[in-house]
Ligand binder design. Structure first.
Ligand code: UD1
Ligand code: CA
Length: 459
């Protein structure tokens, strides 16, 4: 039978060093709250439930923890911050539901991988009662040190309690501790607070377990997996690691990036095979790109579905609700929003296309604007398949341009144009032969008068 596992995720910290008006775990990496990264990793590793220890912003933290996972999240409140051991004990009732394994995770350490979690659970399944994920710290200052003897973990010594000899150890507690569900409540209740900080240290669980004849082990995970976020500077470092991982995965899956370091991805960015991404492209949440599409440099894309073989940018802005058909093009300095642009249609230069439906193969000339907003309401512009919109046209919505219709450039279109009709909505041109020369003479005379006002007396 499969093992049952409960994740207890600690997210009650007050995070003063973030200097933020919201809970630290609501800050994002790859456009996903930190807490959601943690619960997603737990869900991928097969936990059956999450007990979420919350303090401030309990409602929004709980909601964020559930983003994109099926696993139920039960919030438990920690009103006073008395240490990690105390925090885990807040989930006592959930733990008592009975699980094979309890895994404690920190809500502010979003890089934990499902693989590292699975390694810990596998150790538990192999007979260890307490499994601690450790890492070799480049700088161990501040971390709990893992003290081992004969391949077993004998204690975790917090930095403030450690002897000089113990401080020399670079194998540190990463914060992820997995232990037996049946022993959990009794082990946690045995933790005291007689230490330098006067806190209930979860880490004391190791010595308590050993005193009861239980077996404790530490396994090593990559330091990156354990990175925690205390300041905005650390948040940026975590973002950098996360982005590097996401880009690497995208490239291995068949996406070309010319300058990967300048491409920003979101947690849910989906990129098809043979997509090419040029430098300095930003993907906000909710973007899916079909195979062989090319995203030229300096494009900013969010909430958009881009068809196979489409071409975007350079310098395009695709806002939420943009849907591009196969081989459609949105070129430089164009902005789209809630716009369905058909297969092969082109919006190539300097356009705003908002609240619009554009048929396949339509050609939208440079500078075309859909005037979708009347100051109060938004309205839809429809452009039929194969229509041609001349440059610098304003399409005042609600309005429909028929299939195969033609709009003369510079038009301000305020009423529907039937299929295959030609619409011109601009002043008729007047041409006056010779008038340019007379105009030039007149302008020259004005200039002379300005330089020498007296010369103007005779004229
Ligand atoms: C903890 C570990 C240390 C480990 C380090 C790794 C303990 C006693 N020490 O130290 O061995 O090397 O993490 O980063 O566990 N939290 C609550 N409620 C509380 C206390 C903490 O929710 O009452 C949360 C914090 O918000 C944070 C996490 O638990 O997300 C860890 O707490 P923190 O105070 O940062 O522990 P450290 O002193 O860094
Ligand atoms: Ca910490």
């Amino acid at each position: 039978m499969a093992r049952t596992c409960l994740a207890v995720v600690l997210a009650a910290g007050d995070a003063t060093r973030m200097k933020s008006s919201k809970s630290k775990v609501l800050h994002t990496v790859g456009n996903l709250p930190l807490i959601a990264h943690v619960t997603r990793a737990a869900a991928s590793a097969g936990v059956g439930k999450v007990a979420l220890v919350v303090g401030r912003d309990a409602g929004s933290v709980t909601a964020a923890a559930g983003i994109g996972i099926e696993v139920p999240v039960t919030p438990v409140e920690q009103t006073e911050r008395k240490g990690t051991g105390h925090a885990v004990l807040m989930a006592r009732d959930v733990i008592a539901e009975g699980y094979d394994d309890i895994v404690v995770l920190y809500g502010d350490a979003p890089l934990i991988s499902p693989e590292s979690l699975a390694a810990a659970t596998a150790k538990r399944a192999g007979g260890a009662d307490v499994v601690v994920l450790g890492f070799r710290a480049k700088d161990p200052t501040g971390y709990g040190r893992l003290i081992e003897r004969d391949g077993e973990l004998v204690a975790i010594r917090e930095h403030k309690e450690a002897s000089d000899e113990e401080l020399a150890i670079d194998f540190c507690n990463g914060g992820v501790i997995t232990f037996s569900g049946s022993e959990a409540v009794s082990l946690l209740e045995a933790i005291g607070n007689a230490n330098a900080k006067g806190e209930y240290y979860l880490t004391d669980i190791v010595e308590i377990a050993r005193a009861r004849g239980l077996r404790c082990v530490a396994i090593e995970a990559p330091e990156e997996d354990m990175m925690g976020c205390n300041t905005r500077a650390e948040l940026a470092e975590i973002e950098a690691v996360w982005q590097a991982r996401a880009r690497h995965a995208a490239m291995l899956s068949g996406v070309s990036m010319i300058d990967p370091g300048s491409v920003f991805l979101s947690f849910d960015t989906e990129l098809g095979n043979d997509v090419v991404i040029e430098p300095n492209v930003w993907f906000g949440p909710g973007v899916r790109v079909g195979a062989c599409a090319v995203i030229h440099a300096f494009s900013h894309i969010e909430g958009a579905e881009i068809g196979a073989g489409a071409m975007i940018g350079p310098f395009a802005r695709l806002r939420p609700g943009t849907e591009l058909g196969e081989k459609a093009k949105v070129g430089n300095f164009c902005e789209t929003k809630k716009a369905r642009i058909g297969a092969g249609a082109k919006v190539n230069h300097l356009s705003y296309i908002g609240d619009a439906i554009i048929g396949a193969g339509a050609n939208i000339g440079a500078g075309t604007i859909t005037c979708n907003y009347d100051g109060v309401n938004k309205h839809v512009t429809e452009i039929g398949a194969g229509a041609f919109i001349g440059s610098n046209s304003s399409l005042v919505a609600p309005v429909r341009i028929g299939d195969g219709a033609f709009v003369g450039s510079g038009s301000v279109i305020t009423t529907d144009v039937p299929d295959d009709a030609l619409a011109l909505a601009r002043a008729r041109q007047e041409t006056k032969p010779g008038r340019a020369e007379r105009l030039r003479e007149k302008l020259a005379a004005i200039k002379a008068l300005k330089k020498n006002p007296s010369s103007g007396q005779q004229g």
